[in-house]
Design a protein. Sequence first.
Length: 348
Amino acid sequence: MARPLLKDHSIESLRERFASEGLPAYRAEQVAGWLYGRGVEDLDAMTDLSLELRQRLAADWDIRALEVDAVQRSRDGTVKAALRTRDGARIETVMIPENDRSTLCVSSQVGCPLECSFCATGALGFTRNLTPGEIVDQLCRMNDILKGERRITNVVFMGMGEPLLNLPAVLEAIRLLIHPKAFGMAPRRVTVSTVGVLPQLEPLLALAPINLAVSLHATTDAVRDELVPLNRRFRLAELLDTLRSLDTVNPRRPVFFEYTLIAGVNDSPEDARRLAPLLHGIPSKLNLIPMNPHPDSSHRPPSDAVVDRFLREVAATGLRVTLRRSRGPDIQAACGQLALRPVRETAA
Ligand code: SAH
């Protein structure tokens, strides 16, 4: 592969790099301002940099991490982009509009090694981790696609991959998301979703007051072992005890638990009633997501009646619970559907 990627560096790291090369460190802020603040990638347009510096940057670095392969738009406004890395790996990113909020669901790995039995990405297998630049370039490419119609306001690490199995790159990407001279997002507009790779939780949450989402999906180890195989390594009680022990989890920073409802597997009234005692002592919000079906899994969502009953049973126990509407199902952009299926032509 050719040159190093500028976007692989946080501003902090770029300052050090520049300083070690005899360049003024403040140039890092200037370059980041163009790349992320203004969305300008053409070095010649960076008019406050000297010609000499622009030439040097052009010779030493690559700017773009990703190219757009295909774009699909859902009837509900959701936009999915298939993107290609410099070495030809393919990933997907999804923009979900909601009032004045535009949330980008980013991928952190090419494929995923976790093999959760209801997730289409898991069925793809694992290719490699994404670099920090490949993570943040998903925002740059989506901002181009949106052409100023909307600007990304929130980022959720809920695309392909398990972010906590790629923690150094995810941390470096988050540094760019929240740096005022880069994307300038408030930390609470960033959410990282994980099945719970326990040793990585503390370093993730220590970086900044971002949100944590945890993929729970079951109330017993037996069921979670089947749905989320990593549960065999980190048991349910251990996961919940770890969350209880973290200072960075508190009423101002609750955990967002995700619970994908699957017919006949985790949707019983007993499951609903077990949730509140299980989560006791953890400031939390629970999101129920009826499973989005796809060809790689025999699991199916429960009927609407079962979903409603489950929601009512959980709400009755006093937990803060919401039912999440799937977005972009017509373009295979909903949770767990990211699997790089070829674009299906739709009649105009
Ligand atoms: N690996 C991380 C990030 C993926 S986030 C994690 O597991 O948390 C995507 C969320 O969608 C996770 O909660 C995942 O379990 C859930 N999901 C996966 N497949 C799904 C499907 N088919 N229907 C609904 N939710 C699904």
